[in-house]
Design a protein around this ligand. Structure first.
Ligand code: NAI
Length: 471
């Protein structure tokens, strides 16, 4: 247990040191509040240790491998690349450890107190921290619940860490499996499918719903689907997984109408559930909904005065940056400043499979389903000069606008991208959607040439009725 001031009373006690928890703490401390964070493992949470950061690091390894394998096309003879997964693991761990040290240093520098142990809200602003050897009680004028989430599992698939894995175990594998079945074709499933395929594994994706990446725009999903199939990833959608039979070194997964696939490993990526076990003592008064999420209002206030919640433990998009935004909202609320609730329908989404996916706002399908008349434009990356230079032309930018009374493209409702480095290009789309801008306004912006981001500019310009390269 670490305590540096001896005082156990704080303006804010945060339970959970993941993105939502540490953002709350850092923002609160920079506003002059005294803050304690209770974390049972390591500061940084799932995102830093078992999620976003290690996953993206491995996806970068996959990208390097792809680049070297395709070097010949550029006249660069590099031979057939060979993967040494232990070196990849080492590099990933170095990235994680460096960021971890940076975070701990940052928190210390801001005067945030860290308590290592399991936090439990007792009531009346009191939090018990059960450490490995001792327990301590803290008091917060405000308490923030940010205990995060854990992978969901499915009946019949007991996670053993060698044959049946979740994202928790995948990211510390010592060797890449030669073949893998991925159950669930959402964000995590598609990132792992892409990564393992690029690393040389034979990949099968089994998804219960009719498409991969449900919630993404249909045109975007079609590009990912095409790319996956072209790279030999077997994608089965609309299938039910009925069980599996281990065979010593691997297992045979049964699905659909009597079909099966024999693989070295199975990865479950069927969503994440909120982690609230032990979080609340009896009589804490905090309400948990029927799905296990801590119930909050749009300002992140729970049912108990002075108790707030943020991040994956509440029923909002399970994204680190949403946790950041919610943590900031909590601190502004504590300070009594005017707050604007997070608009969950307009948060940025980035999925780092190859090709990458990035979007904000309504898809064409969602807009039409909401009864909105739309004007839509798409610009394939095939016509983008930088994409040609880079050699990555699979993908497109799609902009969805509300149709104005005169039939022209009005307010921009959604921006959807799939292709090279789109996760780094979404910013302009995010601004456009959240500013409720129209194509006429956004088309004024000059896009540097040649860049991948010109495709967004071209699409918006074409929506004004006059385009340069796009009609
Ligand atoms: P998800 O909810 O995005 O996808 C899970 C998929 O599994 C769904 O398509 C669902 O239909 C399918 N599924 C559920 N049960 C199944 C079964 N028995 N058989 C076959 N398919 C089944 O959840 P995922 O991918 O596990 O991610 C968890 C959370 O983390 C999500 O909220 C996701 O958005 C977030 N996340 C976001 C990332 C990003 O934005 N880059 C990366 C990783 C996670």
């Amino acid at each position: 247990m670490v305590t540096t001031t001896g005082s156990n009373e704080f303006d804010v006690v945060v339970i959970g040191g993941g993105p939502a928890g540490y953002a709350t703490a850092l923002y609160g401390a920079s506003a002059g509040l005294s803050v304690a964070v209770v974390e049972r493992e390591k500061m940084g949470g799932t995102c830093l240790h078992r999620g976003c950061i290690p996953a993206k690091e491995f996806l970068e390894t996959a990208s390097v491998l792809r680049t070297v394998a395709g070097a010949k096309e550029f006249g660069v003879e590099a031979g057939q690349p060979v993967l040494d997964f232990s070196v990849s693991q080492g590099r990933k761990q170095k990235v994680v450890d460096t960021l971890y040290k940076g975070l701990v240093g940052l928190m210390k520098g801001r005067g945030i107190e860290s308590f290592i142990g399991s936090g439990q809200l007792l009531g009346g602003g009191r939090v018990r921290v059960a450490g490995a050897e001792e327990s301590v009680e803290l008091t917060g004028r405000h308490v923030v619940l940010a205990s995060g989430s854990v992978p969901r599992t499915i009946p019949g698939f007991d996670v053993d860490g060698t044959v049946v894995l979740t994202s928790d175990e995948v990211l510390s594998l010592e060797k890449e499996p030669a073949s893998v079945a991925i159950i669930g074709g959402g964000a995590i499933g598609c990132e792992f499918a892409s990564m393992f395929s690029d690393l040389g594994s034979q990949v099968t994706v089994l998804e219960a719903l009719p498409t991969l990446l449900t919630g993404c725009d249909d045109d975007v999903v079609a590009v990912v689907n095409r790319s996956f199939r072209k790279r030999g990833i077997a994608v089965h959608t609309g299938v039910t997984v009925s069980g599996h039979s281990p065979n010593g070194s691997g297992t045979t997964v049964s699905f659909g109408d009597g079909e099966s696939v024999t693989v070295d490993a199975v990865i479950l990526s069927v969503g994440r559930r909120p982690l609230t076990e032990g979080l609340l003592a009896d009589g804490s008064g905090v309400v948990i909904d029927e799905r296990g999420f801590v119930q909050v209002d749009e300002h992140m206030r729970t049912s108990v005065e002075g108790v707030w919640a943020a991040g994956d433990v509440v029923n909002t998009p399970q994204l680190a940056h949403v946790g950041f935004a919610e943590g900031i909202l909590v601190i502004k609320g504590i300070l009594g400043e005017p707050t604007i609730p997070v608009e969950y329908g307009r948060v940025p989404w980035c999925i780092y499979c190859h090709p990458e996916v990035a979007f904000v706002g309504m898809s064409e399908g969602q807009a039409r389903a909401a009864g909105i008349d739309v004007v839509v434009k798409k610009d394939p990356f095939g016509g983008n000069s930088r994409a040609r230079i880079v050699g990555e032309t699979d993908g497109l930018v799609k902009v969805v606008c509300e149709k104005s009374a005169d039939g022209s493209a009005g307010r921009i409702l959604g921006v959807h991208m799939v292709g090279p480095w789109v996760t780094e290009q979404l910013g302009q789309g995010y601004m456009a959607v959240n500013w409720e801008a129209t194509p006429d306004e956004i088309a004024q912006f000059i896009q540097p040439h040649p860049t991948l981001s010109e495709s967004f500019g071209e699409t918006v310009m074409a929506l004004t009725g006059r385009g340069l390269h796009l009609g």
